[in-house]
Design a protein around this ligand. Structure first.
Ligand code: ATP
Length: 246
Protein backbone atom coordinates (compact mmCIF):
# COMPACT_ATOMS: atom_id res chain seq x y z
CA UNK A 1 0.00 0.00 0.00
CA UNK A 2 1.24 3.46 -0.77
CA UNK A 3 -0.53 5.46 1.97
CA UNK A 4 1.45 6.95 4.79
CA UNK A 5 1.54 4.68 7.83
CA UNK A 6 0.64 6.53 10.99
CA UNK A 7 0.78 3.76 13.53
CA UNK A 8 2.74 0.55 13.22
CA UNK A 9 2.66 -2.41 15.56
CA UNK A 10 5.52 -4.86 14.92
CA UNK A 11 5.30 -8.37 16.20
CA UNK A 12 4.29 -7.56 19.77
CA UNK A 13 3.97 -10.08 22.51
CA UNK A 14 2.00 -9.27 25.67
CA UNK A 15 2.17 -11.19 28.92
CA UNK A 16 -0.13 -10.68 31.91
CA UNK A 17 1.02 -11.45 35.45
CA UNK A 18 4.43 -12.56 34.12
CA UNK A 19 3.02 -15.85 32.86
CA UNK A 20 -0.10 -15.51 30.73
CA UNK A 21 0.93 -15.02 27.11
CA UNK A 22 -1.98 -13.24 25.44
CA UNK A 23 -0.58 -11.60 22.30
CA UNK A 24 1.70 -13.95 20.40
CA UNK A 25 3.31 -11.68 17.85
CA UNK A 26 0.74 -9.21 16.54
CA UNK A 27 1.64 -6.87 13.67
CA UNK A 28 -0.57 -4.30 12.09
CA UNK A 29 -0.31 -1.00 10.35
CA UNK A 30 -2.76 1.86 10.48
CA UNK A 31 -2.68 4.21 7.51
CA UNK A 32 -3.17 7.91 8.01
CA UNK A 33 -6.73 8.95 7.32
CA UNK A 34 -8.14 5.44 7.33
CA UNK A 35 -10.56 3.42 9.43
CA UNK A 36 -8.89 0.16 10.40
CA UNK A 37 -10.86 -2.54 12.19
CA UNK A 38 -9.44 -5.04 14.64
CA UNK A 39 -11.86 -7.96 14.67
CA UNK A 40 -12.23 -11.22 16.52
CA UNK A 41 -14.28 -12.94 19.19
CA UNK A 42 -14.35 -12.54 22.91
CA UNK A 43 -10.87 -12.82 24.38
CA UNK A 44 -9.05 -12.77 21.03
CA UNK A 45 -6.82 -9.94 22.24
CA UNK A 46 -8.36 -6.80 20.71
CA UNK A 47 -8.51 -4.76 23.91
CA UNK A 48 -5.03 -5.92 24.88
CA UNK A 49 -3.69 -4.70 21.53
CA UNK A 50 -5.24 -1.26 21.97
CA UNK A 51 -4.00 -1.01 25.55
CA UNK A 52 -0.51 -2.06 24.48
CA UNK A 53 -0.50 0.82 22.00
CA UNK A 54 -1.67 3.41 24.52
CA UNK A 55 0.47 2.02 27.30
CA UNK A 56 -2.42 1.17 29.57
CA UNK A 57 -1.36 -2.36 30.45
CA UNK A 58 0.65 -1.65 33.59
CA UNK A 59 -2.36 -1.20 35.84
CA UNK A 60 -3.51 -4.64 34.74
CA UNK A 61 -0.15 -6.26 35.37
CA UNK A 62 0.43 -6.68 31.69
CA UNK A 63 3.53 -5.85 29.68
CA UNK A 64 4.79 -5.84 26.15
CA UNK A 65 7.67 -8.29 26.23
CA UNK A 66 8.61 -8.29 22.53
CA UNK A 67 8.19 -6.21 19.42
CA UNK A 68 7.80 -2.49 18.89
CA UNK A 69 5.17 0.18 18.38
CA UNK A 70 5.84 3.26 16.25
CA UNK A 71 3.79 6.36 15.72
CA UNK A 72 4.85 8.49 12.77
CA UNK A 73 7.99 6.41 12.62
CA UNK A 74 8.98 7.06 16.25
CA UNK A 75 8.90 4.47 19.03
CA UNK A 76 6.14 5.20 21.52
CA UNK A 77 6.30 2.19 23.82
CA UNK A 78 7.81 4.22 26.68
CA UNK A 79 5.34 7.09 26.53
CA UNK A 80 2.66 7.29 29.18
CA UNK A 81 -0.95 7.72 27.99
CA UNK A 82 -0.92 11.49 28.60
CA UNK A 83 2.24 11.97 26.53
CA UNK A 84 0.69 9.91 23.78
CA UNK A 85 -2.41 12.13 23.82
CA UNK A 86 -0.10 15.10 23.29
CA UNK A 87 1.29 13.31 20.24
CA UNK A 88 -2.24 12.90 18.92
CA UNK A 89 -3.23 9.36 19.93
CA UNK A 90 -6.15 8.82 22.27
CA UNK A 91 -8.01 5.74 23.39
CA UNK A 92 -11.75 5.56 23.99
CA UNK A 93 -12.07 2.73 26.45
CA UNK A 94 -14.56 -0.10 26.26
CA UNK A 95 -17.53 0.47 28.54
CA UNK A 96 -17.59 4.22 27.94
CA UNK A 97 -16.30 5.49 31.30
CA UNK A 98 -18.10 8.79 31.73
CA UNK A 99 -17.81 10.84 34.86
CA UNK A 100 -21.33 10.00 35.95
CA UNK A 101 -21.80 12.91 38.33
CA UNK A 102 -20.68 15.54 35.86
CA UNK A 103 -22.92 16.93 33.15
CA UNK A 104 -22.49 15.92 29.53
CA UNK A 105 -20.78 19.23 28.80
CA UNK A 106 -18.46 19.01 31.81
CA UNK A 107 -17.47 15.54 30.64
CA UNK A 108 -16.63 16.89 27.21
CA UNK A 109 -14.59 19.72 28.72
CA UNK A 110 -12.44 17.28 30.71
CA UNK A 111 -11.18 16.08 27.34
CA UNK A 112 -9.58 19.45 26.65
CA UNK A 113 -7.38 19.35 29.74
CA UNK A 114 -4.27 17.91 28.16
CA UNK A 115 -4.15 20.61 25.51
CA UNK A 116 -2.18 23.74 25.53
CA UNK A 117 -4.26 26.49 24.00
CA UNK A 118 -6.64 26.21 21.10
CA UNK A 119 -10.23 27.30 20.89
CA UNK A 120 -12.02 25.02 23.33
CA UNK A 121 -15.42 26.67 22.74
CA UNK A 122 -15.12 26.11 18.99
CA UNK A 123 -14.19 22.48 19.53
CA UNK A 124 -17.18 22.00 21.79
CA UNK A 125 -19.38 23.33 18.99
CA UNK A 126 -17.65 20.96 16.57
CA UNK A 127 -18.48 18.02 18.87
CA UNK A 128 -22.10 19.20 19.11
CA UNK A 129 -22.28 19.45 15.31
CA UNK A 130 -21.37 15.78 15.04
CA UNK A 131 -23.42 14.73 18.05
CA UNK A 132 -26.56 16.91 18.11
CA UNK A 133 -28.01 14.61 20.79
CA UNK A 134 -25.27 15.71 23.16
CA UNK A 135 -26.14 19.34 22.61
CA UNK A 136 -29.73 18.74 23.74
CA UNK A 137 -28.45 16.77 26.71
CA UNK A 138 -25.56 19.03 27.59
CA UNK A 139 -26.84 20.01 31.03
CA UNK A 140 -27.88 16.47 31.98
CA UNK A 141 -25.89 14.45 34.43
CA UNK A 142 -23.96 11.93 32.31
CA UNK A 143 -24.92 9.03 34.56
CA UNK A 144 -28.55 9.54 33.66
CA UNK A 145 -28.07 9.52 29.88
CA UNK A 146 -28.58 6.40 27.78
CA UNK A 147 -25.84 3.93 26.87
CA UNK A 148 -25.67 5.32 23.36
CA UNK A 149 -25.35 8.87 24.63
CA UNK A 150 -22.60 7.81 27.02
CA UNK A 151 -20.72 6.24 24.13
CA UNK A 152 -21.11 9.55 22.28
CA UNK A 153 -19.82 11.44 25.32
CA UNK A 154 -16.78 9.14 25.42
CA UNK A 155 -16.00 9.76 21.75
CA UNK A 156 -16.78 13.48 22.06
CA UNK A 157 -14.47 13.82 25.04
CA UNK A 158 -11.68 12.19 23.03
CA UNK A 159 -12.31 14.64 20.18
CA UNK A 160 -11.79 17.54 22.57
CA UNK A 161 -8.08 16.64 22.73
CA UNK A 162 -7.89 17.29 18.96
CA UNK A 163 -6.52 13.82 18.26
CA UNK A 164 -5.07 12.66 14.99
CA UNK A 165 -5.66 9.00 15.76
CA UNK A 166 -8.47 7.53 17.85
CA UNK A 167 -8.32 4.03 19.28
CA UNK A 168 -11.92 3.05 19.76
CA UNK A 169 -12.66 -0.04 21.82
CA UNK A 170 -15.90 -1.86 21.04
CA UNK A 171 -18.13 1.16 20.28
CA UNK A 172 -21.12 -1.09 19.56
CA UNK A 173 -21.05 -2.84 22.92
CA UNK A 174 -24.48 -3.11 24.51
CA UNK A 175 -26.17 -0.78 22.03
CA UNK A 176 -29.28 -1.35 19.91
CA UNK A 177 -28.61 -1.80 16.18
CA UNK A 178 -29.97 1.60 15.25
CA UNK A 179 -27.62 3.35 17.67
CA UNK A 180 -24.68 1.28 16.49
CA UNK A 181 -25.48 2.48 12.98
CA UNK A 182 -25.72 6.09 14.19
CA UNK A 183 -22.37 5.94 15.97
CA UNK A 184 -20.55 4.28 13.07
CA UNK A 185 -22.00 6.85 10.67
CA UNK A 186 -20.56 9.63 12.85
CA UNK A 187 -17.18 7.85 12.96
CA UNK A 188 -17.21 7.74 9.16
CA UNK A 189 -18.15 11.43 8.97
CA UNK A 190 -15.36 12.39 11.36
CA UNK A 191 -12.95 10.36 9.27
CA UNK A 192 -14.05 11.97 6.03
CA UNK A 193 -14.55 15.54 7.18
CA UNK A 194 -12.07 16.01 10.03
CA UNK A 195 -9.51 13.52 8.75
CA UNK A 196 -9.33 11.54 12.00
CA UNK A 197 -7.64 8.17 11.71
CA UNK A 198 -9.38 5.32 13.53
CA UNK A 199 -8.27 1.96 14.83
CA UNK A 200 -11.38 0.29 16.18
CA UNK A 201 -11.78 -2.99 17.99
CA UNK A 202 -15.10 -4.67 17.29
CA UNK A 203 -16.82 -7.99 17.85
CA UNK A 204 -19.56 -6.84 15.50
CA UNK A 205 -17.75 -7.85 12.30
CA UNK A 206 -20.70 -7.07 10.11
CA UNK A 207 -21.00 -3.42 10.99
CA UNK A 208 -17.24 -2.87 11.33
CA UNK A 209 -16.54 -4.22 7.84
CA UNK A 210 -19.20 -1.98 6.34
CA UNK A 211 -17.59 1.17 7.73
CA UNK A 212 -13.87 0.31 7.88
CA UNK A 213 -11.44 0.39 4.98
CA UNK A 214 -9.20 -2.39 6.17
CA UNK A 215 -9.54 -5.19 8.69
CA UNK A 216 -7.38 -7.49 10.80
CA UNK A 217 -8.85 -10.61 12.34
CA UNK A 218 -7.38 -11.80 15.62
CA UNK A 219 -7.73 -15.27 17.03
CA UNK A 220 -6.08 -16.31 20.30
CA UNK A 221 -3.58 -13.49 20.16
CA UNK A 222 -2.56 -13.86 16.53
CA UNK A 223 -3.59 -12.11 13.33
CA UNK A 224 -5.11 -14.89 11.23
CA UNK A 225 -6.28 -12.80 8.30
CA UNK A 226 -6.16 -9.24 7.05
CA UNK A 227 -7.24 -7.35 3.98
CA UNK A 228 -9.35 -4.56 2.56
CA UNK A 229 -12.78 -4.58 4.23
CA UNK A 230 -14.54 -5.23 0.92
CA UNK A 231 -12.43 -8.37 0.35
CA UNK A 232 -12.99 -9.64 3.89
CA UNK A 233 -16.74 -9.20 3.50
CA UNK A 234 -16.65 -11.52 0.49
CA UNK A 235 -14.24 -14.04 1.98
CA UNK A 236 -16.00 -17.41 2.52
CA UNK A 237 -14.27 -18.09 5.87
CA UNK A 238 -15.14 -14.63 7.17
CA UNK A 239 -18.70 -15.13 6.02
CA UNK A 240 -18.97 -18.47 7.72
CA UNK A 241 -17.19 -17.75 10.99
CA UNK A 242 -17.69 -14.05 11.55
CA UNK A 243 -20.68 -12.88 9.55
CA UNK A 244 -22.92 -15.79 10.44
CA UNK A 245 -23.71 -16.87 6.87
CA UNK A 246 -22.37 -19.66 4.73
P1 ATP B 1 -13.23 -8.68 24.73
O1 ATP B 1 -14.16 -8.40 23.62
O2 ATP B 1 -13.75 -9.65 25.73
O3 ATP B 1 -12.63 -7.46 25.37
P2 ATP B 1 -10.70 -9.00 23.49
O4 ATP B 1 -10.47 -9.56 22.13
O5 ATP B 1 -10.62 -7.52 23.62
O6 ATP B 1 -12.06 -9.50 24.05
P3 ATP B 1 -8.79 -9.10 25.59
O7 ATP B 1 -9.66 -8.36 26.53
O8 ATP B 1 -7.63 -8.41 25.00
O9 ATP B 1 -9.65 -9.70 24.42
O10 ATP B 1 -8.32 -10.41 26.32
C1 ATP B 1 -7.44 -11.35 25.71
C2 ATP B 1 -7.09 -12.43 26.70
O11 ATP B 1 -6.34 -11.89 27.76
C3 ATP B 1 -8.29 -13.12 27.33
O12 ATP B 1 -8.02 -14.49 27.40
C4 ATP B 1 -8.34 -12.52 28.71
O13 ATP B 1 -8.85 -13.44 29.63
C5 ATP B 1 -6.89 -12.22 29.01
N1 ATP B 1 -6.73 -11.08 29.91
C6 ATP B 1 -7.21 -9.83 29.71
N2 ATP B 1 -6.87 -9.01 30.71
C7 ATP B 1 -6.15 -9.76 31.59
C8 ATP B 1 -5.52 -9.50 32.85
N3 ATP B 1 -5.53 -8.28 33.39
N4 ATP B 1 -4.90 -10.52 33.46
C9 ATP B 1 -4.86 -11.75 32.90
N5 ATP B 1 -5.43 -12.07 31.74
C10 ATP B 1 -6.07 -11.09 31.08
Amino acid sequence: RTEETLLEVNNIEVIYNHVILVLKGVSLSVPKGGITALLGGNGAGKTTTLKAISNLLHSERGEVTKGSINYRGEPVADLDPAALVKKGVIQVMEGRHCFEHLTVEENLLTGAYTRSGGDVAADLEMVYDYFPRLKTRRKSQAGYTSGGEQQMVAIGRALMSRPECILLDEPSMGLAPQLVEEIFTIVKDLNEKEGNTFLLAEQNTNVALRFAHYGYILESGRVVMDGPAADLRENPDVKEFYLGMS
